[in-house]
Design a protein around this ligand. Structure first.
Ligand SMILES: *Cc1c(COP(=O)(O)O)cnc(C)c1O
Length: 479
C-alpha cells in the first residue's frame, strides 16, 4: 500500500500508461475506435462526459437532464431509421448490451415458449451468442451463401415454434455487407416472430449513404416486420465510449425489457437496461457529440468515410496478393490472401508502420482475413501506401510455419480435459508466456495467430480465456 499521490504524479502515471495504448485519434487505428477527426467536437464531448460522470441515470426523476438527453438522442436516431411516431428507444452502454436486451426482451415476451431460440446468420455478431449463453436461449445458426449475406430462404425455413427472434445485420461486422432484411423480416412477420436489425456499426452511416445516392438494401423501420434496431453512438456517431441505442417499433415491444422489483426493503428498482446505476457521462458525451456534429455534419463525415472505403476497397482489389472478401456496403473492408501471403504478417507489418488492422481467424471453410473499419479521419492514400509496403514485406518474410506435430495436437485437444498446467504450456508454446510464466504479447502476433488459426474455435476460446485470466491478476506471481 502507498499513500496518496500528488495530482502531478497521477497525471504523469496516466500519461505513461496511455503511451502503451493504441491511438484513438489520427484515423490509423482501424478497429475499436472511430475518429471523426474533429478535435473541437472531441474536446466538447469529453467536457460533457466529465461534467456528468457523477450523475446517475438510475432515477430519471432525480436526474431529469439525463432523461432529456436520452430522449433527444432517440429522436435524432428516429429520422435515421425511418422510425414511426410510435418508435421508442433506450440508451445502453454499448452494442453488446443493445443486442443482449433485444434477445432478453424477445425471450420474455414469450413466457409460453419453454425452450426459446433465435435464428441468426453465421455472420451475426458474437454478442448474440453471448445473449444465448446469458439468457438460456438456443442460437440456431444458418450458414450464409457465397455472397456472405444471410440466406433468406434458409433463415425462413429455420423458424419454428420455439423461435422468439430472427436477427439480421446492417452490415455484418466481419464481412461488411447488409443482409436481405426485407425478405427475412417478411418471413419473421408471417410467423409472428420479432425481427431485429443489428445496425450497431452501420446505423449512423447507411442512412447517409442512401442520401448520398448509394444503393443501400432497405433495413430500417420502413421495412415491414422489422421490430427493433440497434445502433451504436460510440461507433459512427463518433461519441465517446459507452453509448448505443436499442430502438423498438412501439412501446409494447419494449415492455418486457423493463425490470422492476419492489419486493425488498429498499427503493423500488426500475431499470430499462442491464445496468442500474448508470453514469451520466456517456449520455452527456453522446448528446454533446450529436448536437455538435448534427445532421449535415454526419452527412459530410459519412461522405468522407464512404469515399475512403471505396478508395481502399479499390486499392485492395488492385493489389497483388490480397482480394476483397466482398464489395463493402458500408465502411468495413475485409480482405483475404489471394496467393501465398500470410495476412497475419500483413497485420504485423501494418503495426510496424503505425496502422492497426484487425486480424480475423479462419472460420468454417473461410480463409483468415484482415479487417478495417474506416473512419472519416482515415487517409486512404496513406493507408494504401502502407498496405502495399506491408504486403511486400510479408511476402518476403514468407509463410509462418506451424510445426505439423503441434498442429495435429491443436486440432485434437479437447479444452474440457485441460488443466492449468496444460494451459501454461500452451501459452508458452504460443509465445504468450515465457518459460517463467511471465505473460505478455510478443512483438509479432503472426506466430500466435497462426497457431490459434489451426485450433478449432473451442480451443481458441479456452486458450485466450486462460491468457486473459492470467493477465487479470493484481499481483504478478511470486510478488
Ligand atoms: C460493434 C458491434 C457490436 C457490439 O458492440 P460493442 O459496442 O462492441 O459492444 C454488435 N454488432 C455489430 C454489428 C457490431 O459492429
Amino acid at each position: 500500500m502507498t499513500g496518496p499521490s500528488t495530482p502531478e504524479q497521477i497525471r504523469a502515471r496516466l500519461a505513461a500508461l496511455q503511451e502503451g495504448d493504441l491511438p484513438v485519434h489520427g484515423g490509423r487505428t482501424l478497429a475499436y475506435v472511430y475518429d471523426a477527426g474533429l478535435a473541437e467536437v472531441d474536446a466538447l464531448a469529453r467536457e460533457a462526459v466529465a461534467a456528468f460522470a457523477g450523475s446517475n441515470g438510475l432515477d430519471p426523476t432525480a436526474f431529469p437532464s439525463l432523461l432529456a438527453m436520452e430522449n433527444e438522442l432517440v429522436a435524432f436516431a428516429r429520422d435515421l431509421v425511418d422510425g414511426p411516431d410510435t418508435m421508442v428507444g433506450t440508451l445502453t452502454s454499448g452494442g453488446t448490451e443493445s443486442c443482449l436486451l433485444a434477445v432478453q426482451g424477445a425471450r420474455d415476451a414469450h413466457p409460453d415458449v419453454i425452450s426459446p431460440s433465435i435464428v441468426v446468420p453465421d455472420t451475426v455478431h458474437a454478442a448474440f451468442h453471448k445473449a444465448g449463453h446469458y439468457f438460456g436461449v438456443r442460437v440456431v445458426v444458418v450458414p450464409t451463401g457465397p455472397d456472405h449475406r444471410a440466406d433468406a430462404d434458409a433463415m425462413a425455413a429455420a423458424i419454428d415454434d420455439t423461435t422468439v427472434l430472427v436477427v439480421t445485420s446492417a452490415p455484418s461486422y466481419a464481412d461488411g455487407v447488409v443482409d436481405p432484411v426485407p425478405e427475412i423480416a417478411a418471413a419473421a412477420a408471417a410467423r409472428g416472430v420479432r425481427c431485429h436489425v443489428d445496425a450497431c456499426i452501420g446505423g449512423w452511416v447507411l442512412p447517409y449513404a442512401a442520401r448520398l445516392g448509394r444503393e443501400v438494401t432497405p433495413w430500417t423501420f420502413a421495412v415491414e416486420g422489422v421490430t427493433s434496431i440497434s445502433t451504436d453512438l460510440h461507433k459512427y456517431a463518433y461519441a465517446p465510449k459507452g453509448a448505443s441505442l436499442l430502438l423498438h417499433r412501439d412501446p409494447a415491444l419494449r415492455r418486457p425489457q423493463y425490470f422492476a422489483h419492489a419486493g425488498w426493503p429498499g427503493y423500488t428498482m426500475l431499470n430499462a437496461t442491464m445496468q442500474s446505476t448508470r453514469s451520466g457521462g456517456p449520455t452527456a458525451g453522446a448528446w454533446a457529440t450529436v448536437q455538435a456534429i448534427g445532421d449535415s455534419g454526419y452527412l459530410e463525415l459519412a461522405a468522407r468515410a464512404l469515399a475512403a472505403t471505396e478508395a481502399i476497397a479499390a486499392g485492395i482489389a488492385a493489389l497483388d496478393g490480397l482480394a476483397l472478401v466482398a464489395a463493402p456496403d458500408s465502411t468495413l473492408v475485409a480482405a483475404i490472401a489471394d496467393g501465398p501471403l500470410d495476412v497475419f504478417t500483413v497485420c504485423d507489418e501494418m503495426a510496424v508502420r503505425g496502422w492497426f488492422v484487425q486480424p480475423q481467424l479462419s472460420y468454417g471453410g473461410r480463409a483468415p482475413s484482415l479487417h478495417v473499419a474506416i473512419s472519416a479521419a482515415t487517409d486512404p492514400t496513406a493507408f494504401l501506401g502502407a498496405l502495399g509496403d506491408a504486403v511486400a514485406a510479408a511476402r518476403s518474410a514468407g509463410p509462418v510455419p506451424v510445426d505439423p506435430g503441434v498442429a495435429d495436437l491443436l486440432r485434437t485437444l479437447d479444452p474440457a480435459t485441460l488443466g492449468d498446467a496444460e494451459f501454461d504450456l500452451l501459452l508458452a508454446a504460443g509465445g504468450l508466456a515465457d518459460g517463467d510464466g511471465d505473460l505478455g504479447l510478443p512483438e509479432r502476433m503472426a506466430p500466435v495467430n497462426a497457431l490459434l488459426d489451426v485450433a478449432p474455435p473451442p480451443l481458441r476460446e479456452a486458450v485466450l480465456v486462460a491468457f486473459l485470466d492470467r493477465l487479470a491478476r493484481p499481483f504478478a506471481p511470486g510478488t
